[in-house]
Design a protein around this ligand. Structure first.
Ligand SMILES: Cc1cc2nc3c(=O)[nH]c(=O)nc-3n(C[C@H](O)[C@H](O)[C@H](O)COP(=O)(O)OP(=O)(O)OC[C@H]3O[C@@H](n4cnc5c(N)ncnc54)[C@H](O)[C@@H]3O)c2cc1C
Length: 612
């Protein structure tokens, strides 16, 4: 496998001169230079997402109050609009500004990553000479029919046809291949490596067409789980439990379940104290509330289908969970970039862009009205005088460890809202305090390029919930073929396995503390730690005669999102924080709040319309 290649690159033996442009910790596939794709971030494997170095300057600012960035070079660049943050919201802000004010308006988008899209990032794996496309973060356009007219018009204008997914998404792939939802119990936590053909939760229902449990009765499923006899009895008690066991009058049930804790229900009503059962329960909500179920009410646990609540459909026929480009919402980000910078790629609509090679050299070309400057962390944004009647804003950013300054008539801050008080000078104290209260939960999507999926097929695994592992869910990628891209057909063909990790902190600790602890733990790990974890996870789950990690795994990309899903601050703090300030307005899905692509676009529209 590419392991030798990867090791060589990690060790630096094959690092070409141009590799110094890559953030440390990123690996350049061997064939990229030959292909002329050396500046093509989606094909980098290793530590990605918020890749090493991406947040270094922001952390120096936020954690150490750094203000001395050396001599600032004042560039002779002046823009109608500077956008801070090149995610879906920032790109949409650039789009709306041009649409409202004219395509000749000069716009600069600054982002700290080496790729555009924010959370909407594309991963590529080259396996057996074939390029496999997948998503490294933001995954699916959720319920597009519920989108505002603003969002629907934008999607249409950039060439995203959400009805196309009705045929592009192979709804019978899982059924045809008899791939279902199972649970993997690992030796380290549960004492034995074992796959039980039952999901014990509703999470796999998110994958359109996934074959859900049902193969085993509750009794048989509980009997197979590697727990003590007492633990198995308690598990069966939870599976057969239900709200009818609560001694609450019918009319008061809703209030009761919304105000009482799920873990108290498990412990006090169902008598659970077995650590294995509690662990299964804790991890059964995955990313539903950005926390483990230890922080959920009974009502929330029921809604997300946590352990003990029967699987139920997540989306109806009208809103299938299928609006998924092969690269997830990076397909939308790419379509936006194509709209803003025509020469960046060939293709008349989002589908035609799926296989189109983006020329990153076009992103920051001075001849284009819109420029996207990557690897650029904004550290200071300040008005040239009194914010109320100043005519320009100065924007300082760090690129290649050097400080630069550009001028703008207007600025949209489309970055993480909690960073804004560290960046924007002179904000009213109440607004700054409100912005500081906004937060995000950590998430991790690891994508694994596999030479085949024979072992998954033989084990009949479409998705494996994994309550003992760092990645609580392992799944076959979404079966989408479009724009000339073909999803894997036969179990002997290469494929991508997605591994989803929602890191939690100490059981029962407040959510913010859990995010912080989990974030630091996540960032303290090296690529080798993740590789070891993935090796033992897949190796323990799949039979040795069918799966050999060194033989079958070609590449690994670990997308770490230390600042992942938006979690709004308390009370009105989100709205207080997003108020316009002079010539500066605030976008990003944090400013709604809502961890949703549609929200990111709506917030961009609002922010552009609030500009002076
Ligand atoms: C793993 C994951 C999966 C998700 N899945 C889905 C999904 O399936 N569907 C869905 O609708 N939503 C999903 N989301 C939610 C996602 O956050 C939104 O859909 C949307 O992509 C957010 O866009 P944004 O532009 O508001 O923020 P972001 O994507 O976070 O973009 C903000 C950008 O600003 C940059 N930035 C921050 N500070 C600075 C600075 N000082 N200088 C320069 N740049 C800066 C950030 O690094 C980032 O690149 C997912 C999120 C994650 C993390």
């Amino acid at each position: 496998m590419g392991r030798i290649t990867r090791r060589d690159f990690v060790n630096g033996t094959l690092v070409a001169a141009g590799a110094s442009l890559l953030p440390s910790g990123c690996e350049r596939p061997a064939d990229l230079d030959e292909l002329g794709l050396s500046d093509y971030p989606p094909s980098l494997t290793g530590l990605r997402g918020s890749h090493p170095g991406a947040n270094a300057h922001a952390h120096a600012l936020a954690w150490a109050n750094k203000s001395d960035w050396g001599t600032t070079t004042e560039l002779k660049e002046s823009y109608d609009l500077v956008v801070v943050g090149g995610g879906i919201s920032g790109l949409s802000a650039a789009y709306f500004y041009q649409r409202e004010h004219g395509g000749d308006k000069k716009v600069l988008v600054l982002d700290n990553h080496d790729d555009f899209g924010g959370h909407a990032k594309r991963n590529e794996h080259t396996v057996g000479g074939r390029t496999l496309i997948t998503y490294g973060g933001s995954q699916t356009i959720v319920k597009p029919k519920h989108a505002s007219r603003v969002v629907q018009a934008l999607l249409e204008d950039i060439g995203v046809d959400t009805e196309r997914f009705d045929t592009a998404y192979d709804r019978v792939f899982f059924e045809r291949n008899n791939l279902g939802a199972v649970t993997y119990f690992n030796r380290e936590v549960f004492g034995e490596d074992k796959v039980v053909r039952h999901p014990f939760c509703n999470y796999p229902n998110y994958i359109e067409g996934m074959v859900m449990g049902g193969k085993l009765s509750n009794e048989e499923a509980a009997r197979q789980v590697p727990l003590s006899k007492r633990g198995r009895e308690q598990l069966l008690g939870v599976l057969n439990g239900g709200l009818h066991l609560l001694d609450v009058p019918e009319g008061e049930l809703d209030d009761y379940i919304d105000s009482h804790a799920y873990f108290d229900y498990l412990k006090n009503i169902l008598g659970v104290d077995d650590p294995g059962v509690l662990r299964m329960a804790r991890h059964s909500g995955l990313d539903w509330a950005s926390t483990g179920t230890d922080l959920m009410s009974i009502g929330t646990a029921r809604d997300c289908g946590a352990l003990g609540f029967a699987p139920k459909a997540v989306y109806d026929e009208d809103n299938p969970y299928n609006c998924h480009f092969p690269d997830g919402n990076a397909g939308v980000a790419r379509a936006l970039v194509k709209k803003l910078i025509f020469d960046v790629a060939e293709g008349n609509n989002a589908e035609e862009l799926v296989l189109s090679k983006f020329d990153y050299g076009e992103l920051d070309d001075p001849t284009h009205a819109v420029r996207i400057r990557l690897n650029s962390t904004v550290v200071n944004v300040g008005h040239g005088g009194d914010p109320q009647d100043s005519s320009e804003v100065f924007v300082d950013y760090i690129n290649n460890d050097r400080s630069h300054q550009v001028r703008a008539k207007n600025v949209v801050m489309a970055c993480y809202n909690m960073m804004i008080p560290h960046i924007v000078s002179g904000l009213p104290e109440a607004q700054a305090a409100a912005l500081r209260l906004q937060t995000k939960s950590p998430l991790q999507y690891s994508t694994v390029g596999m030479k085949n999926w024979r072992a998954m097929k033989e084990m009949e695994i479409g998705m494996a919930m994994s309550p003992g592992n760092m990645h609580q869910a392992v799944l076959m990628d979404f079966p989408v073929s479009m724009g000339g891209y073909e999803y894997t057909r036969s179990p002997d063909d290469p494929c991508v396995i997605q591994m989803i990790g929602c890191p939690y902190g100490t059981v029962g600790a407040p959510a913010r503390d859990q995010y912080r602890d989990a974030r630091f733990r996540m960032l303290s790990l090296r690529f080798d730690d993740y590789e070891g974890e993935i090796r033992s996870h897949l190796g323990g789950m799949l039979p040795k005669e069918l799966f050999d990690f060194d033989r079958d795994v070609e590449s690994i990309t670990v997308n770490r999102w230390a600042h992942g899903y938006t979690v709004g601050g308390p009370g009105d703090s989100t709205k207080t924080g997003r108020q316009p300030f002079g010539r500066i307005t605030i976008a990003n899905c944090d400013s709604a709040p809502g961890a949703d692509m549609k929200t990111a676009i709506d917030m961009a529209f609002r922010a552009v319309n609030e500009l002076v």
